[in-house]
Design a binder for this molecule. Sequence first.
Ligand SMILES: Cc1cc2nc3c(=O)[nH]c(=O)nc-3n(C[C@H](O)[C@H](O)[C@H](O)COP(=O)(O)OP(=O)(O)OC[C@H]3O[C@@H](n4cnc5c(N)ncnc54)[C@H](O)[C@@H]3O)c2cc1C
Length: 311
Amino acid sequence: MAGIWIYSEDIILAKELVTPAKELAKQAGQKVGAIALDAEGAKELAALGVTKVIVLQSSSSWVEAYEQVVADVLQEEGADIVLIGGTIRGKYTAAKAAARLDAGLLTDAVKVMLENNKLIAERFVYGGLAVTTEELSFPAFVTIPPRSYEIMTAESEQGEVIVKEVTAEPGITVVDVIKTQQQGVDISKADRVIGIGRGVEKLEDLTMIQALADAAGAEVGCTRPICEELKWMPIDRYIGISGQVIKGSLYIAVGTSGQIQHVAGIRDSKVIVAINTNEKEPIFTASDYGIVGDYADIVPALTEALQNAKA
Ligand SMILES: Cc1cc2nc3c(=O)[nH]c(=O)nc-3n(C[C@H](O)[C@H](O)[C@H](O)COP(=O)(O)OP(=O)(O)OC[C@H]3O[C@@H](n4cnc5c(N)ncnc54)[C@H](O)[C@@H]3O)c2cc1C
């Protein structure tokens, strides 16, 4: 095997990818290389012990413009395993570069390992109900979603950073750019979240939920129907397999049934508390603590208890 390489246009995700890349490198007796699009990010990767970081520099700020160059660099370097950050743009680059190198590509892997000189990757299927294990021969491309791995601490031995001037053509014409409006905080980064579901009966009750969030130092998130059907909250507030993934220290689920599509986005929270009138709902299986009862009684009582504890 010639090498394990990582690439993401998102530097935080690139740093997360160093963790599985180094695990694979240790198993294979290899070193880790990285492709970066900015010099500052490249230094951070080198500080994490990536042996060689190649910074691609061109006049284009379009990530899409780099797929050919990424493929060329990976080929020159003889990459056998390429871990790519599973953003929309990362998946685009992965698909294009893998096709150019006639390599296998597996998307959304949450775990990667080496076995019998093959890359083994696990990923969720059927909306998160099952995990499938797949096998790829080399060269193998795998995309890994954000927050699948923790970022390691920096190493004493730093890698080298090489800047490469490249010609990158996007091959697309941009007619207009409309920025998405982030409304409020980024829920995926919140440490504590109160998540409301369809069990919350009235829009006015969001005041009660917000009071609990304030007392707990939490942000308010929700299930998909709260955004898509009821339109009570912005779309970037819903949690789950097709929404945000949270990994904070506390999640309180209020009036949510705990369908797998929602649980897929909360299961890595350290402590999960459920408030629901129906003790048979699956949210209780996913929770560390369960309170069976009406949120209209429980939420104000919990808020008061937290406020008293702080006083
Ligand atoms: C392809 C696909 C992707 C999806 N992706 C997502 C996703 O990413 N995120 C997501 O959330 N959903 C997603 N869904 C939808 C998901 O399947 C569920 O429909 C949804 O999560 C249910 O939302 P809910 O828990 O708010 O509502 P419900 O399932 O209707 O649950 C409401 C709950 O409130 C409880 N309740 C009622 N009254 C009270 C009360 N007074 N006090 C306390 N509890 C009460 C009920 O017992 C019930 O358990 C997806 C679905 C599909 C098909």
